[in-house]
Write a protein that binds this ligand. Structure first.
Ligand code: GLC
Length: 466
């Protein structure tokens, strides 16, 4: 352990003594957990996560039995259904139009570089051929191991692959009642929990994580989801997060793991943080420090296929989410919820096409990019990204300006062009080129535009800096 990490361990120890007894529930201390999980130096961490930070854009896929009711992946909870009442979705499951290659091709075309699939969601149904349960895809009419086809197809397209694995399991016979459970408020905890044993469930999770991380080759990302500690919830001691985390890293030392195991206060306990369904307005921090992060978002609200949802975001909104993430040093993982027949919904396809068109022309402002240096102030109505290697600054136009735009970093620009067609954008410095430059507002140059917005949802100007 290097000195920075050692310092972090002792600094956090003080906090954890207090937090240990919050909510009247005892929680293992962060410094005790830190000793159980693998530690690495900052340099090793940076190296391990560098591909992911560079790639910026991924696809999430939420697929499970909930595609059939088609009204949210939490419908079992929303409608307080028992296993018996939910069983019809298992009996009828057969995504006959599923084509892993088609999924992979659309992700790639959209410019996504990695993909995370729900190997098991909260309902407990497994998309892989697990030895430890009968509640799995190979026992449905579909019969095939969908996870296997997924990893092969996505890898073949050159995409990195990841598994989402739900810590919550509303089907498992040992999983006890809590405030997230579908039967919460419908059954008595003492009765429901009779004969249930979370220790057996913890073993089940370790067995399945072992299967997922040994039977499918190299896995690049794992998303464990999620913790809700408190008297009626579940957190790191219920899951034995330290054991899960350590096992995953032992089986696949390079793997990148999210922060939903309730280990945020544990040094080395997370690789990235996961703001959900919103665009942070500045670089998110963990324990006071800027941290690797990824926002996960949907096109329409629900993660699983939702037939009747009307909240579909526009092309501009979904592109904005990507640019906004990169502009604050983060990633975006955008979700698709395939239909019960195993295909991407037509509305999702439209948005993926919007990404494809935009990324085809503009991906240079995304891959390898991050937050721009402070000295470059974003002109009104724009968002900046920055490639530190090539020293190129990208200006994204959410409102297309009327002919000219004042900027404050004109003297640093060597050359400027539209990114989509490499056509020159003239930079007229104050006092030169006859520009009407409002120097009193701090502008040192004007950019000159064609009057008509190019055929780009969000036009981008690439500035090659001196
Ligand atoms: C939430 C939801 C879940 C979804 C996930 C994705 O935790 O419970 O349905 O899978 O977010 O981030």
């Amino acid at each position: 352990m290097n000195t920075i990490k050692k310092y972090a361990v002792s600094a956090i120890a003080a906090i954890s003594v207090v937090s240990a007894f919050a909510n009247g529930v005892t929680k293992s201390k962060s410094e005790d957990i830190a000793k159980k999980i693998p530690q690495e130096t900052q340099e090793q961490y940076n190296k391990r996560i560098s591909w992911w930070i560079n790639d910026r854009f991924g696809m999430f896929i939420h697929f499970g039995l909930y595609a059939a009711p088609a009204r949210h992946e939490w419908m079992k909870k929303h409608e307080k259904l028992s296993n018996e009442e939910y069983e019809k979705y298992f009996e009828n499951f057969n995504p006959d139009l599923f084509d892993a290659k088609e999924w992979a091709r659309s992700a790639k075309k959209a410019g996504m570089k990695y993909c995370v699939l729900t190997s098991k969601h909260h309902e407990g149904f497994c998309l892989f051929d697990s030895k430890y349960t009968d509640y799995k895809i190979t026992n449905t009419a579909f019969k095939r191991d969908l996870v296997k086809e997924f990893v092969e197809a996505f890898r073949a397209e050159g995409l990195k692959v990841g598994f989402y694995y739900s810590l919550i399991d509303w089907h498992h016979p040992d999983f006890t009642l809590d405030n997230c459970h579908p039967l919460w408020g419908r059954v008595k905890a003492e009765e429901f929990n009779k004969g249930r044993d979370m220790a057996r469930y913890r073993k089940y999770m370790l067995n399945q994580v072992t299967e997922l991380l040994t039977n499918y080759g190299k896995i690049d990302i794992v998303w464990f989801d999620f913790s809700y500690p408190g008297p009626d919830g579940k957190g790191r001691d219920d899951w034995d997060s330290a054991a899960i985390y350590s096992l995953a890293k032992k089986l696949q030392p390079h793997v990148i793991i999210d922060n939903r195991l309730d280990l945020n206060d544990v040094p080395g306990g997370t690789d990235f943080i996961t703001p959900e369904q919103f665009n942070p307005s500045s670089w998110p921090k963990l324990n006071g420090k800027k941290y690797a992060w990824e926002t996960c978002q949907t096109f329409s609200g629900s993660w699983g296929y939702h037939r009747d949802e009307l909240n579909w975001k526009s092309a501009k909104q979904v592109i904005y989410s990507l640019v906004a993430a990169v502009s604050h040093g983060g990633n975006l993982i955008m979700n698709v919820g395939p239909t019960g027949r195993g295909e991407f919904d037509y509305r999702a396809k439209r948005r993926l096409d919007d990404y494809a068109k935009w990324m085809h022309a503009n991906s240079r402002s995304i891959y390898g990019c991050t937050e721009a240096p402070e000295k470059y102030e974003a002109p009104e109505g724009t968002i900046l990204t920055w490639n530190p290697k090539t020293k190129r600054l990208y200006i994204h136009f959410f409102y297309y300006p009327a002919g000219q735009l004042g900027i404050k970093f004109g003297k640093d620009i060597k050359y400027a062009q539209f990114l989509h067609d490499a056509s020159e954008i003239k930079v007229a410095l104050a006092g030169k080129g006859g520009a009407f430059c409002d120097t009193e507002s701090g502008f040192d140059a004007h950019l000159f535009f064609p009057t008509i917005q190019p055929d780009q949802e969000i036009p981008v100007i690439e500035c090659i800096m001196k």
